[in-house]
Design a protein around this ligand. Structure first.
Ligand code: BTN
Length: 332
């Protein structure tokens, strides 16, 4: 069972980091042992463990070790090598399997740096919006970003908006026509490929921390989806016609997220909102909104500065929806 990285895993990850930094070259066992302050036998043991996990590592008696290829794993060392961010993802907590990365992120948020990312290969109790379950098998990208923005709790949805844009922009960089359904589902060709669950801890007038949970059906076979979502959901693998390099995707996503987060801190919400409107699949659509107390039909004509959806109902009345489930209706 996966658990948080222990010291042994850390040594293994450090070895991997060093081999990745010098890909194509050989690094001697002696050098690794010296830099990590362990014995050469320990290095050898960890090299063997990495091989068992699917890393192809060539070894030569005179030259040392050289990384030839890596398995499809979201190892922190892999993500960090080539990561172009200064805050987001500098600290990555990795789990082979965990209940929910949002739960872990909430547990550690008080004691870690802003930008810490919790990532898992699979989740046993993934959480979705509105109390739903989130199925999270291997092959997906299940991660939570911890940030500490100096904003009032009332504006937390702004973070969800910028997270949605960062996911959609990353997918677009692969040529996929990603759009956002209010408030924060990312769709490709009308089908959901990503969900976002933002959770906050706050005082009355200031957020203490914000956990942005992002779930992406990356290399997941759509046939394995539960029947109730099979027609309405898709995966990157299906849309691209082949598997995606998840490490590369996560690196691009964290960089997009950081760029938008900086833009938000420097220029405020208006440019984020403008980008959201341009990527939105909902504006201009006829929608059915289900809230805890009622169902409303209408045309989505905009979102306000708090991220509420503005609907024009059949009677020409304007309604503001703060939270709820949104369905796009087919026009006759
Ligand atoms: C939705 O209902 O659309 C939101 C789904 C959010 C799922 C992600 S996966 C990573 C993080 N951990 C969780 O338990 N949930 C979020």
């Amino acid at each position: 069972m996966g658990s948080e990285m222990n010291i042994r895993d850390k040594i293994k990850d450090n070895i991997l980091e060093k081999l990745l930094a010098r890909r194509g070259e050989h690094v001697s066992g002696e050098e690794l042992a010296h830099e990590l302050a362990v014995s050469r036998a320990t290095i050898w043991k960890h090299i063997q463990a990495l091989r068992t996990e699917g890393y192809m590592i060539e070894s030569s008696t005179n030259l040392g070790y050289s990384l030839v290829s890596s398995p499809d794993r979201l190892a922190p060392a892999e993500i960090k090598s080539g990561l172009k961010t200064s805050v987001i993802g500098r600290d990555i907590r990795y789990y082979r399997e965990t209940e929910s990365t949002n739960i872990i992120a909430r547990e550690i948020a008080g004691s870690v740096e802003e930008g810490t990312v919790v990532i898992a290969e699979s989740q046993t109790g993934g959480r979705g919006r509105l109390g739903r379950k989130w199925i999270s098998p291997e092959g997906g990208i299940w991660l939570s970003i911890i940030i500490k923005p100096k904003i009032q709790p009332l504006y937390a949805s702004r973070i969800t908006f910028l997270a949605g844009i960062s996911v959609a922009k990353t997918m677009r960089s692969y040529g996929l026509p990603a759009k956002i359904k209010w408030p924060n589902d990312v769709l490709i060709n009308g089908k959901k490929v990503c969900g976002i669950l933002t959770e906050i801890e706050a005082e009355i007038d200031q957020i203490e921390y914000c956990v942005v949970g992002i779930g992406i059906d990356a290399n997941v076979d759509t046939e394995s989806f539960p029947e109730e979502i099979r027609d309405t959901s898709t995966s990157l693998k299906k849309e691209l016609g082949g598997e995606i390099d998840r490490v590369g995707f996560v690196q691009r996503l964290l960089a997009e997220f950081e760029a938008l987060y900086l833009e938000f801190q420097e220029d405020g919400f208006s440019s984020i909102l403008e980008q959201w409107r341009n990527i939105s699949a909902t504006i201009g659509e006829w929608v059915k909104i289900t809230t805890q107390t009622r169902t409303i039909y209408g045309e989505a004509i905009g979102v306000d500065s708090e991220g509420a959806l503005i609907l024009e109902t059949g009677e020409g009345k304007l309604e503001k929806i703060v939270a709820g489930n949104c369905e796009h209706l087919r026009r006759l």
